[in-house]
Write a protein that binds this ligand. Structure first.
Ligand SMILES: [Zn+2]
Length: 272
């Protein structure tokens, strides 16, 4: 987030907090945010018009992206919905203890998970910079964690920044328990295969090739196969294949938004 975006975010925050206090302005049942549990008359637009046409899921301006009460985004709401529906992290009748690592944790999702920590749930957040997380974690070298430490490893919209993808995926597979689950997503192109070229090193070159100045690859239509190549059994969860239309509209999710649930395959099945 650059300084202009930060200022804009703060302005929105105070404006909508004031509106909320005036009462009634946001009230309505048109939209529902699963992260703050509140309904609203409007959700806010978010995003910038892309200069580069790369057919990426959710690129450009999304008209009903942001909850005006907690500022969650559509992507965060889908991540949280996946955690609720397809994992036992937040199950009220969970019988087992869990250890969860969440890399570059999305703020609203982190808040919900941190609230549950302690009830048989060890919840850790990690990032390359420790500023907003519990631990400094470099996903390409997680020597501080023993093999088979985590039941869940959550990492969304990070891998497109990591040059040594193979090292990161090897490490993630190592620190997951044999029956653990990797929950992963990244910006994806809908019309071509994953593209990366290590000779593209300038911000402009990366913007043109991958859609953002600090990305090092653009994932594509072969993403599921790519994850399998790193030794995982992969289940893609696409919003429009999992939820009814009305629920997608009400939570203002991106229909094509995809999160992969990955389980370590049998030893030696990794091809990379
Ligand atoms: Zn909300």
């Amino acid at each position: 987030m650059n300084i202009v975006q930060k200022a804009e975010w703060k302005l929105r925050y105070y404006a909508f907090r004031a509106l909320g206090k005036m009462g009634g302005v946001l009230n309505g049942t048109q939209y529902y945010c699963n992260l703050c549990g509140k309904s609203s008359r409007v959700f806010l637009s978010y995003g910038t018009k892309s200069e580069v046409a790369l057919d990426m899921i959710g690129s450009g301006v999304r008209r009903h992206c942001e909850c005006p009460r907690c500022f969650s985004h559509d992507r965060f709401r889908w991540i949280y919905e996946v955690l609720l529906r397809y994992t036992d992290i937040l199950s009220p009748d969970r019988k087992r203890s869990l250890c969860v690592m969440h890399i570059a944790a999305e703020p609203g999702v982190r808040k919900r998970l941190a609230e549950k920590a302690g009830e048989g749930l060890t919840y850790l957040t990690g990032d390359l910079e420790q500023k907003y997380s519990d631990l400094r974690v470099d996903v390409t070298d997680m020597h501080q964690f023993e093999d088979g430490t985590f039941d869940y490893f959550i990492i969304n919209h990070v891998m497109e920044h990591v040059p040594d993808e193979a090292a990161a995926m090897r490490e993630i597979r190592r620190v997951l328990k044999p029956d653990g689950v990797l929950i992963i997503s990244f910006p994806m192109c809908l019309t071509r295969k994953t593209f990366e070229d290590p000779t593209i090193v300038t911000p402009k070159g990366r913007l043109d090739a991958y859609g953002q100045e600090d990305h090092v690859r653009l994932y594509g239509t072969d993403s599921e196969e790519r994850l399998k190549g790193f030794g995982f059994e992969v289940t893609p969860l696409v919003v429009k294949e999992q939820l009814p239309e009305e629920e997608i509209r009400r939570m203002a999710l991106i229909p094509e938004d995809t999160i992969f649930l990955c389980r370590p395959g049998k030893e030696g099945s990794a091809s990379v």
